[in-house]
Design a protein around this ligand. Structure first.
Ligand SMILES: Nc1ncnc2c1ncn2[C@@H]1O[C@H](COP(=O)(O)OP(=O)(O)OP(=O)(O)O)[C@@H](O)[C@H]1O
Ligand SMILES: [Mg+2]
Length: 257
């Protein structure tokens, strides 16, 4: 079975993860793809807004509900089936893509078994799409939380600063430590100054990442954000949208798989 391609977007807080995730979904939709799952794995969720979608409940809500309902489930009733039906319930469908929001991670109380089942359900669901795009939480924790352990490609977004590159390097090292294998580990530089390209390429090479391109400052992106407008509606000639053509090519995503 063709498992589709799972792409996670990570990086420091405010680096442009949600922007890149939304622009990836936009490009896929515009090139006619219909089997796309967008996963917001940031507890401080904002991907649905960027995609112009309203999502009422999260995987975190299911976990809470389960802890209350568990004792009331009829004997012999399968936990897995209950959880799976809940995951389908909270998923929001649009004509061209579906959206799933992870919400708050597990609290101090131990819900390990539930988390394990939910993880399996989400992984198997993700595999059913041609493309799954994950907007990860800022930093590195997503790797140990397993939200990004089963991804094909990891894209780290940085603003071109030293600390952004350091985050990228730590993601690479932690993935190695946890024996997580990405097919590709890409770097995208957001809001970069094009005159710094040589310096950036040198740094990218020394970390051992694949450079997938840059996204320029785009006044429309800032305006849409302030107005709460979907980034899917950005005009085709908007600078950030135009920059995606080169990025899609580097990711080998032009015109489909
Ligand atoms: N290229 C750009 N041009 C203009 N504004 C941008 C650009 N990239 C990001 N922004 C703005 O910067 C802010 C942060 O971007 P974004 O939400 O994509 O980052 P993030 O990494 O997802 O942040 P967080 O860690 O808070 O989830 C947003 O208000 C966004 O509109
Ligand atoms: Mg974000």
């Amino acid at each position: 079975m063709d498992m589709g391609r799972v792409i996670a977007v990570s990086g420091k807080g405010g680096a442009g993860k949600t922007l890149l995730a939304a622009l990836l979904v936009r490009k896929l939709v515009k090139t006619g793809h219909k089997s796309i799952l967008a996963i917001d794995a940031d507890p401080d969720s904002n991907l649905p807004d960027a995609l112009g979608v309203f999502v009422e409940s999260t995987i975190g809500d299911i976990r809470e509900e389960f802890s209350v309902e568990q004792s009331r489930l009829p004997p012999g009733y399968s936990k897995d089936a209950w959880l799976e039906s809940k995951v389908f319930e909270i998923m929001v469908e649009t004509p061209s893509f579906d959206v799933l929001v992870m919400g708050r991670p597990e609290g101090p109380g131990c819900y390990c078994a539930v988390n394990h089942i939910l993880r399996k359900i989400i992984d198997s669901m993700t595999g059913g799409y041609d493309y799954a795009i994950i907007d990860a939480e800022a930093g590195l924790e997503h790797l140990s939380r397993r939200t990004t352990q089963n991804v094909d490609d990891m894209i780290v977004v940085t603003n071109g600063s030293l600390s952004g590159f350091n985050t990228a390097e730590r993601i690479k090292n932690l993935a190695n430590e946890l024996r997580i294998k990405f097919k590709h580990l890409y770097l995208v530089v957001n809001r970069a100054n094009s005159s710094h390209e040589k310096l950036i390429l040198k740094r990218v090479g020394s970390i051992g990442l694949e450079f997938a391109g840059g996204i320029p400052e785009d006044a429309n992106v800032a305006e849409y954000n302030l107005l709460g407008k979907s980034l899917l509606e950005l005009p085709d000639d908007s600078p950030a949208v135009k920059a995606m053509d080169e990025i899609m090519e580097k990711l080998s995503m032009q015109g489909g798989k």
